[in-house]
Design a protein around this ligand. Structure first.
Ligand SMILES: *Cc1c(COP(=O)(O)O)cnc(C)c1O
Length: 364
């Protein structure tokens, strides 16, 4: 059976990115594999990242961490979005490190026994996760029943390396670390950097960097340079088949709402992927790549399909493959282009590729 659409994942590119980032950081690397490894496949990416030199794995959910353990992965795993009421016993049983950012979660986990491994998350200025208002009270806790493995925080603006907020967050991180040490708690490791900081701010690498988007070969923000400028290789190539190619007359209304008309006699291609597969409905200023050129979207993106204007001279046939995005080396659109065309970012493009789209792995 031939797929109507597929996301081809180049695991060699991920391995090369891991090696590059690890060398740049000069420290240990935690491969961020949350959200199905940014759409690239949780277990496959975790395995290749470990074999390329990552020593830690990071996920948002406890369920994601358990899936990794069930796949036989033994590397240390940190899960950082585990709210109070979660099954902390399950975390201990599976040797999963848990991020703690509230007193209520700490009280739950410190009661279960088995010396749970925790990383204390602090809010150093992003005003999202991490201890802020409860910090002084938290410092008076009894830490004897847990193992404090790490202290960590997260940058809000590391993709703007010159912003003062970055140095403020780093300073606050060091202050709060000192306050923790002052009450006799000595975490084995400190970690602060995401991809952007790993690429641009070596002073924040500490004992571990947590790299997500860059490991997949994508830039944290286009203002920092594209993948190639950052020495990264995009790992995902998304392609789909032309369900149908047909000649259409000028002034034909295309798609729902007749939002657009053909201007001249042309050939249209119906691409077998739609918003249910993660093609943003709003991304009009984008398209596909076929026969050495780009063909732009015409009309609205539907649930399972969208239409592109191939041009009257196109030799494309029903059943041909088109590239929706790739690394851009042949002239195709990139995940960055799709992000821009949909008022969003490459992160959202790759993480929202739907479950109906098989991931096919290329690895030598
Ligand atoms: C998602 C996430 C990361 C990775 O961020 P990138 O910008 O993709 O490198 C790192 N740390 C935490 C806590 C995260 O939630």
């Amino acid at each position: 059976m031939v797929n109507r659409a597929e996301a081809r994942i180049n695991l060699n590119a991920i391995a090369a990115n891991v090696r590059h980032l690890k060398e740049l950081s000069g420290t240990n690397l935690l491969a961020v594999v949350k959200a199905d490894a940014y759409g690239h496949g949780l277990v496959e990416v975790a395995q290749v990242a470990i074999s390329a030199g990552a020593t830690w794995l990071g996920v948002a959910l406890l369920e994601e961490a358990i899936t990794l353990r069930k796949a036989g992965i033994t590397a240390p795993i940190l899960a950082w979005l585990v709210p109070p009421g979660s099954d902390f016993n399950m975390a201990v049983k599976n040797n999963i490190d848990i991020a703690i950012s509230s007193i209520v979660a700490f009280e739950e986990i410190s009661k279960i026994g088995g010396r749970p491994r925790i990383h204390i998350e602090i809010d150093t200025g992003m005003t999202r996760g991490g201890f802020l208002d409860q910090w002084q009270k938290f410092l008076q806790s009894d830490f004897s029943t847990v193992e404090v493995v790490g202290l960590f925080s997260h940058f809000a603006r590391a993709d703007e390396p010159d912003e003062k907020q970055n140095s403020h967050q780093r300073e606050r991180f060091l202050e709060m670390f000192a306050e923790l040490e002052a009450v006799g708690v000595h975490p084995q490791m400190r970690h602060l950097s995401n991809s952007a900081a790993t690429l641009k701010d070596h002073s924040s690498a500490f004992d571990l960097v947590r790299t997500g988007i860059s490991m997949y070969g994508l830039t944290p923000d286009i203002s920092m340079g594209d993948s190639a400028a950052l020495g990264l290789q995009p790992a995902m190539k998304l392609r789909a088949r032309l369900h149908l190619v047909k000649h259409v007359r000028a002034n034909s209304p295309v798609g729902y709402g007749a939002s657009e008309m053909t201007k001249v006699d042309t050939k249209l291609g119906v691409v077998a992927m739609g918003y249910a597969d993660g093609i943003p409905r709003i991304a009009h200023d984008s398209g596909v790549f076929i026969d050495g050129k780009r063909a732009q979207i015409i009309g609205r993106v539907s649930m399972d399909q969208f239409v592109v204007d191939l041009g009257a001279d196109s030799s494309a046939q029903s059943g041909d493959w088109v590239i929706i995005f790739g690394d851009g080396s042949e002239g195709e659109y990139t995940a960055d282009d799709w992000g821009k065309a949909s008022g969003s970012i490459n992160y959202e493009i790759v993480t929202r590729i739907g479950v109906r789209v098989p991931r096919i792995y290329d690895y030598e």
